[in-house]
Design a protein around this ligand. Sequence first.
Ligand SMILES: NC(=O)c1ccc[n+]([C@@H]2O[C@H](COP(=O)([O-])OP(=O)(O)OC[C@H]3O[C@@H](n4cnc5c(N)ncnc54)[C@H](OP(=O)(O)O)[C@@H]3O)[C@@H](O)[C@H]2O)c1
Length: 348
Amino acid sequence: MAEGSVPAGSRAGGSVGSVAEREQLDPIDVAVTPSRRVLVTGASGFIGSHLLPRLVSRGHRVRAMWRGREGPGRESAPGVEWLEADVTRPDTLARATFECDVVVHLAGCSSSESGVGLEPVNVAGTRNVLLAALEAKVGRFVYVSALGASPAAGPYSRSRFEAEDAVMSSGIEYVILRPCVVYGPSDHFVTAIVRLLRRLPVFPMLGDGTFRLQPLAVEDMVDALTQCVERADVEGGLYEIAGPDRISFTTIVRTIGEVAGCRRPILPLPDGVASQATRLARKAGFPTPITRDQLDVLRWGSVLSGADNPLRTVFRVKPLPFRDALEDYLETESDDTDRVEGYSEGGA
Ligand SMILES: NC(=O)c1ccc[n+]([C@@H]2O[C@H](COP(=O)([O-])OP(=O)(O)OC[C@H]3O[C@@H](n4cnc5c(N)ncnc54)[C@H](OP(=O)(O)O)[C@@H]3O)[C@@H](O)[C@H]2O)c1
């Protein structure tokens, strides 16, 4: 491999990662920018907790933005500079972007029930960070949107679509990733499903459970994000990325039940009841795997729109099969699920 090239599927500092004998795709041979000053917004959250140690291990100088609320990211990476700021408060952002080469924008909201709203955080908040980045002459803006972002699939999806628009029309150099649901240690999705399976005699299924997803292992997400920071040639791209399995939500729940050793009968709830149940559960402080707003997206389908998965073709990462990744980390984390939150107020 040439100096400066990226090892395909490189997993330094990874945490799902001991899925040891993963087949690797051919290495890619592209220009990689060395050590950069990277601002990560939403750094205290789930994806941030996996991204920070990876960026540090790659030699980047990382500034992590948070709002003073503890999350898994806070414990994940020594050697990171933490800075308190809020994307809804432009006056706090200049310090955050100061002297940065790259912004990785993870801060986001996935529920209109959070009391803050999707538009102020996802759309206006993204604009605020963009403006601060432009002022600071940041060289690249990496935005994590969501698979299914569209003006027509409900408020959550629309907010993602509008934020993408803001990024693309800002004049800044950008890369946008649209991941499917991301899972791994400290996530909101698998953890909440395990918790429901453990606590309830039946699993309340949202709708008929036939909608399909392509869950993406956080390690694969972090591989792609790291390359978005480092590789010159991915600039200007909007990449949908997802795991290798196109599976129904019912299959996901069954697989998790099998791997975690807590199989339960599945009780389908009609759509209206499912939405209300999700809202009530969240109000009662019982985190759910997906928010009511995300349910809108799932009804539209949350799988790659084409046959191509840029995770493989662009980022040269062979995505981890869902069951393999689960078997790897649920074995070690299974007793820990009560510690970890699913989607609750303000979660992504
Ligand atoms: N995980 C997935 O399956 C998935 C899939 C597709 C897209 N995404 C998107 O990817 C991003 C990261 O996901 P994640 O799973 O890591 O989410 P997460 O764990 O909920 O983290 C979201 C982060 O955003 C921060 N945030 C929220 N409002 C903010 C504000 N006003 N100012 C500054 N920070 C704010 C949160 O800080 P606080 O802790 O202070 O609230 C938190 O650190 C999110 O935008 C999410 O919507 C995630």
